[in-house]
Write a protein that binds this ligand. Structure first.
Ligand code: SF4
Length: 739
């Protein structure tokens, strides 16, 4: 039984945090010192290239410093991911520097208090690392080095990973796999033998027909993707959008398919059926590169548009016409695979179905489809060898998810709870608010309850910091060097992140913290470099590039190999057969369907609606809500409710209601957006709001948390992804919750 009640969680106390600051006065003193130092700094405007950290797109950016003070941040015109422009969030990134809510000093939980009590002692960096190192040695003595795990999201995690590996701990995971893109990568690896990758290798700017299934380009902003999407639309590309909600993208579509949520596989099977039965698939591509097409064709013969109509609610003629539109423009025709793909539990098969329609269009390594990405392999720093790993990793014991090819973060959580195959007693959490980023919050708290050490590194006092034993305040991306970024994209490149300004209160970068911790653990020899720039220079120069040029330009490029088959791109498929696998023998051998099948998912009971969630253009996950600039643009979310449904409940547009899920979990109050633009069987909530850390006054109980309402989670049997669209909510009006 978890010892932390929600009430205790909500108690995360502003008073305690205030005490810490007042007791030392460190924050305000350093602020003044820093301000004076800045005044003395050189007059004029300096431009320092870096790359953005507000989302994983990691656009090249330029920080502008005017008269020694941070002025603005703009896109780096030399960079392919920003193309000289930043999105709203990227431009608002300077808000991190100016926020008054940031963590300022290292904190250790007060002796005798419990996690969630939020009682802290401000300590020096040295005291913090001594505390962590002592505890780590104790845990290692009792359970072995394998009893630690890192959860990270962001470039700085690489340094903590290095320290932990040097210590003998190899367990690590990122919610970006099992809670997000994992099923997509599995579906595409099973079909084409390769990941889609990040940034996605979709050649959308050259596409003549684009299909989006629950993909919200425009609301979920990835800079160059949105720019290229706009370019394609301007060039007359036709757009097909299947979504239960009339999204921004849907408003630009030629074909809008108001699909019943959870039935995408039925639509995809019907598209396959039309392409095959009407003989309009790309026969040359299939003949040259495919395997198992005949068995595949037999399987999809059963899925006519009429069959799909009963499941999806989409007119059979609309299914036929949209399939023909895809075929007509092939191979410059693509179904974008999206990114957040953990929805219904059969997600790897759903994404395999997307891969299969793309394969029928023959768009792999083709203009307007998927290009062959290029990247620079930057050699690792020549560190000493790590201790041997003589244990099974904790994220996927026994290989229970046979097609997982990255760590399953929720698998580590499960092992922490069950202690099988061995106990996990220490978590390092870097830049991810696990309370929001992993579903089934109660399980996260249960796992935390089983830990002997929880160390959290963050910029803000997010919810997860409330449970930590030690909190380490990180400098923002505007104030630090970081790991290099070498994306696989059209042109191979390396980007550098470098400080634009000093951290306002002596916060430290991840590389510095990880190095200091290693020294405390007597592992200093794993950091033979003294300065981060020695490390970066060594790596960049060993890749054959000038470090000084990289610092000056922010990005350097290698030579580009062909992107498309027509230009000479090699057509290698890294599947067991070396072909595009229309019928998957490896899935069959592992006991799964060789061609995806449609299964019906749980339906809402009367009075309940499926909870769908997504993003807003000015926020990323739950990490930008406390940025004052972005917060000013949108400080709370709204729940979309169909107009007829709202009328039946007597709910007006703008009225505050609560949502209660199938397990009786009630949300904070949230404003209703009454609209015709959503089906009657679902509601929609932008993600990341309704936060419960009182120390973050700007975000405290602002809007409703989708993550808090996701208590029913189904696991993808292929790769361990956590499906989250299986939760239902009813609407609760003020008279009900007060009565
Ligand atoms: S898409 Fe926006 S938030 Fe993401 S890295 Fe680029 S500028 Fe930053």
């Amino acid at each position: 039984m978890n010892q932390f009640s929600r009430r205790k969680f909500l108690k995360i106390s502003a008073a305690t945090f205030g005490t810490a600051a007042v007791a030392t006065g460190v924050g305000s003193t350093l602020s003044k010192t820093s301000a004076k130092a800045q005044e003395k700094a050189a007059k004029g405007v300096k431009q320092i290239p870096t790359y953005c950290d507000i989302c994983f797109w990691k656009c090249g950016a330029i920080g502008h410093v005017k008269d020694g003070k941070l002025w603005k941040i703009t896109g780096n015109p030399l960079d392919d991911l920003s193309k000289g422009r930043l999105c709203t969030r990227g431009t608002g990134g300077v808000g991190y520097y100016f926020s008054e809510e940031r963590l300022q000093q290292p904190l250790i939980r007060q002796k005798g208090t419990e996690r969630g009590d939020d009682k802290w002692v401000v300590v020096t960096w040295d005291e913090a690392f001594t505390f962590i190192a002592d505890k780590m040695q104790e845990i290692k003595k009792n359970y072995g080095a394998k009893a630690f795990s890192l959860f990270s999201h962001g470039q700085g995690g690489a340094f903590f990973k290095h320290t932990l590996k040097a210590f003998g701990s190899y367990n690590e995971g990122a919610p970006s796999y099992a809670q997000c893109k994992g099923p997509r990568e599995t579906g595409f690896v099973l079909t084409f033998g390769e990941h889609v990758g990040s940034p996605e290798r979709v050649d959308i700017k050259n596409s003549k027909c684009i299909a989006l299934l629950g993909v919200h380009i425009g609301e979920n902003v990835h800079n160059s993707l949105l720019q290229e999407f706009s370019e394609a639309m301007k060039n007359g590309a036709s757009l097909i959008v299947a979504d239960p909600r009339y999204s921004i993208a849907a408003s630009k579509s030629k074909f809008y398919l108001p699909i019943k949520a959870g039935t995408d596989i039925a639509l995809l099977l019907a598209w396959m059926n039309v392409l095959v039965t009407e003989n309009i698939y790309n026969k040359e591509f299939v003949a040259n590169y495919g395997i198992g097409f005949e068995q595949f064709a037999q399987e999809v013969a059963a899925y006519s548009p009429e069959w799909a109509y009963a499941e999806t609610g989409i007119d059979p003629e609309l299914i036929r016409e949209s399939a023909r539109e895809l075929a007509k423009n092939a191979p410059e025709s693509v179904i974008h695979p999206g990114r957040h793909t953990t929805k219904y539990g059969d997600d790897s098969q759903r994404l395999r179905a997307i891969a299969l329609v793309n394969a029928l269009l023959g768009n792999w390594n083709q203009k307007g489809g998927f290009f062959q990405p290029n990247s620079i392999k930057v050699p690792a720093y020549p560190y000493p060898a790590y201790p041997a790993k003589d244990y099974e990793l904790a994220d996927n014991p026994g290989g229970m998810w046979p097609f997982a090819d990255e760590a399953v973060s929720t698998g580590i959580r499960e092992t922490t709870i069950t202690e099988e195959p061995y106990p996990i007693k220490g978590w390092f959490v870097y830049a991810t608010n696990l309370i929001h980023s992993m579903p089934d919050r109660q399980k996260t708290l249960e796992a935390i309850d089983n830990l002997d050490l929880l160390v959290v590194t963050d910029i803000f006092p997010t919810e997860i910091t409330g449970y930590a034993d030690v909190v380490l305040p990180e400098s923002s991306y505007l104030e630090r060097f970081d790991e290099l970024f070498a994306p696989a994209f059209r042109r191979p490149s390396i980007l550098i992140r470098q400080p634009i300004v000093e951290p306002p209160n002596g916060q430290k970068p991840a590389w510095w913290m990880a190095k200091k911790l290693a020294e405390k653990l007597n592992l200093g020899h794993y950091y033979p470099w003294n300065d981060i720039e020695d490390y970066l220079r060594t790596r960049v120069e060993s890749a054959g590039f000038s470090y000084d040029k990289l610092k000056k330009d922010g990005v350097v490029y290698g030579s580009t190999k062909p992107l498309y088959e027509s230009e000479g791109a090699e057509m290698n498929f890294y599947t067991p057969s070396g072909k595009v696998e229309f019928y998957s023998q490896q899935l069959l051998d592992a006991g799964f369907d060789p061609v995806p099948k449609f299964t019906r998912h749980e339906e809402p009971t009367p009075g309940f609606y499926r909870l769908l969630f997504g993003r807003l253009p000015m926020h990323t996950f739950s990490k930008t809500q406390a940025n004052p600039i972005l917060h000013d643009m949108k400080s709370e979310n709204e729940v979309w409710v169909n107009a007829d449904v709202a009328e039946s409940w007597g709910i007006k547009n703008g009225q505050y209601i609560r949502l209660m899920n199938q397990d009786g979990v009630m949300s904070n109050t949230v404003k209703t957006k009454v609209t015709e633009m959503i089906r009657k069987d679902c509601v929609y909530l932008p993600h990341g709001f309704g936060q419960t850390s009182e120390r973050l006054k700007s975000t405290y109980l602002k809007g409703a948390s989708d993550a808090g309402l996701i208590t029913n989670v189904k696991i993808d049997p292929l790769m361990g992804g956590t499906a989250m669209n299986l939760n239902f909510v009813t609407l609760v009006t003020e008279d009900s919750w007060q009565g």
